[in-house]
Design a protein around this ligand. Structure first.
Ligand SMILES: [Fe+2]
Length: 167
């Protein structure tokens, strides 16, 4: 399996090319997804594949619409992911599930599955640090309470972004 995941990673890196920021985001989300899966249920290969490809629609969204808005990424990502995964020999049920998660990864509630919850939390573990102001600890705590879908996601967020003391 690790070899197949490495091939998806290589395809993603080749696709994003010079865009180191996107590659690094995908790899950080994949890293957190792997960590979450040590405590949360989910199909490891499917989750890691989805984590690597979750934002793959960004390039087409920017090329066609000059925007990386979440809904455009959701719309443009699945065909790109589908092409990559079928080239790598994945079967239809696997591809369909990856694409369904990519198509709603900014839209909680559309897909309810263990695999979705892990992707959601992994993406937020990265985005929280990159995009949210966490200097106010009480505010950070509240944000974490409502953002994460798994207990492990919340715990990792607290360990990563809160300065030790709780309560
Ligand atoms: Fe993301």
């Amino acid at each position: 399996m690790e070899e197949r995941i490495a091939k998806i990673r290589a395809a993603m890196e080749e696709y994003f090319g010079e865009d180191r920021r996107r590659i690094s985001h995908a790899l950080r989300v994949t890293e957190f997804a792997g960590q979450l899966l040590t405590h949360e249920p989910g199909d490891r290969e499917l989750v890691l594949a989805t984590a690597l490809l979750h934002d793959i629609g960004i390039r087409e969204a920017e090329r066609k619409f000059g925007s990386s808005a979440g809904n455009l990424q959701e719309q443009e990502g699945p065909p790109v992911a589908r092409e990559m995964l079928s080239r790598l020999g994945y079967d239809e049920p696997f591809i369909a599930e990856v694409c369904a998660i990519i198509a709603s990864h900014h839209s909680p509630g559309e897909v309810e599955s263990d695999n979705f919850r892990v992707i959601w939390d992994a993406d937020w573990l990265v985005n929280l640090g990159d995009e949210c102001d966490l200097t106010d600890q009480a505010n950070a705590q509240r944000l974490m309470e409502k953002t994460f879908m798994t207990a492990t996601g919340r715990r990792i967020a607290e360990e990563t972004y809160c300065s030790g003391q709780k309560g």
